[in-house]
Design a protein around this ligand. Sequence first.
Ligand code: CTP
Length: 404
Amino acid sequence: MSSILSGKKVLLGVTAGIAAYKAASLVRMFIKSGAEVKVVMTPTAKDFVTPLTLSTLSKNPVHSSFYNEEDDNAEWNNHVELGLWADIMIIAPATANTLSKMSTGNSDNLLLATYLSAKCPVYFAPAMDLDMYNHPSTHETFRKLQDFGNIMIPAESGELASGLVGQGRMAEPSTIVSFIEKDILGKLPLRGQKVLITAGPTYEAIDPVRFIGNHSSGRMGIALASTAANLGAQVTLILGPSSLKVSHTLIKVVPVVNAASMYKAVVEAFDTCDVAIASAAVADYRPKNIADQKIKKASSTFAIELERTTDILKWMGSQKSTQFLVGFALETENEEKNAKEKLKKKNLDLIVLNSLNDKGAGFKSQTNKVTLINHKLEIKAFELKTKTEVAKDIFNEINRLRNV
Ligand code: CTP
């Protein structure tokens, strides 16, 4: 199951406290959660843990000064670039000295200059002796930093390096990682929202070994499900036969085979969802009678009588109350006109138009080129992009229209 930190760029700032030895485990845990990690240290932090340990674990060079003094051709270690690179900055351990400097804008080392340049959320995990932790000036520093928007991961109580017992011990690396994961999840725009997505093809049986199907891979719907989950939504993905694997703590996959089982699964989930997206390529017709036994060849021609399946999206449109409903239209001619008609006929809030005339768009490809038409008939056309990027564009539009 993937962590919300997967793919995130984490900048770890290590300062000179005895808890710096725990920075090695912290780097390891961030890497395990799928994050990219870079480390900056204060010069004296190197007395507590070696840059070699941290660079080996993070798979990136570790910097502690504005340039490498031993190297005549040294390049400037760009703190602005580092600060902008990060999705998250975490100072752990954060000593009283560094925290105090952070609160007054002091920038006499690379870590502090990077902190001042960072635009991302900054977390800090204090580590100091209990009397330092309890001093009014330290509390003043904590308050100031939190007023800046920095997020404090409180120190724990226990035996300290001095032998004294009290609050001041840096939170354990596992506590720091789960604190950050929870904090990020709690702030996501779709946190607590339910998103229902249909995806993939349907297989309509002719006999026990044959079916009528289509070339849909399910990739577009899976990209939508991952995007929604990364925005914090609880996703129900009703997925027709697809060879693609889905793994995310916030995605529940309901595997289905045909239009009837997809419809049944949608009926169960639709009532409680906030957003529903029909991206599945559902068969419009199915064989009227399914043969019990494999059909043997006999005459030179053979006809199968077909009957209509339920239009699942139209059903959702007829039932909708507060749900935001999104449909897809795959067209080959009069694209916008047909899509607008579909939007009205199925009572949608948004329709995603794919044209089969566009190269790289549609079923089997990794890419898609879409036009979004909303219920006010406003049109937004997008360039050819990967399906993941298309999914982000679709959710940007959904969130804008829902004022999320
Ligand atoms: N859809 C559905 N249930 C069906 C058929 C389609 O939910 N039985 C949904 C698809 O998931 C998609 C949209 O409806 O979101 C496509 O609309 P549809 O009218 O089927 O368009 P086409 O497949 O292009 O068919 P046609 O143009 O023939 O109407």
